[in-house]
Ligand binder design. Structure first.
Ligand code: AMP
Length: 116
């Protein structure tokens, strides 16, 4: 379970529309966007879910947030606003078990919560 499609993207074994990368994380466009802008920020270190995040990895979690905020600002999205989401396990809607942060932007996003 630890090797996911996101690990394959990190290793360049499958293609992705990569918008940012550094030694800690990679960011690429979601293949099934839920908003005009939908980018995923993924740590390179294996962390299956937010529930697996350790206190020693707090800086990495912060890097994901900052990378998303920087991307939104650079793309001129910050003033209008955006949403960041991290799904955890089944009820959270997680489908890829390498922790990742969704950046959604480009239109008013409305409310969210329990699926009707
Ligand atoms: P989650 O449901 O929070 O685990 O989010 C997984 C996201 O990964 C979904 O929004 C998918 O559309 C997206 N996704 C799955 N496979 C790929 C891929 N090969 N390239 C880009 N995004 C993907």
């Amino acid at each position: 379970m630890s090797d996911t499609i996101f690990h394959k993207i990190i290793r360049r074994e499958i293609p992705a529309d990569i918008v940012y990368e550094d030694e800690h994380l990679i960011a690429f466009r979601d293949v099934a966007p839920q908003a005009p802008v939908h980018v995923l920020f993924v740590p390179k270190e294996t962390i299956p879910t937010l529930d697996d995040l350790q206190p020693s990895q707090a800086e990495l979690a912060g890097r994901l947030m900052l990378a998303a905020a920087n991307h939104a600002r650079e793309q001129g999205l910050a003033e209008d606003g955006y949403r960041v989401v991290m799904n955890c396990n089944a009820d959270g809607g997680q489908t890829v078990f390498q922790m990742h942060l969704h950046l959604l932007a480009g239109a008013p996003l409305g409310s969210f919560g329990v699926r009707k």
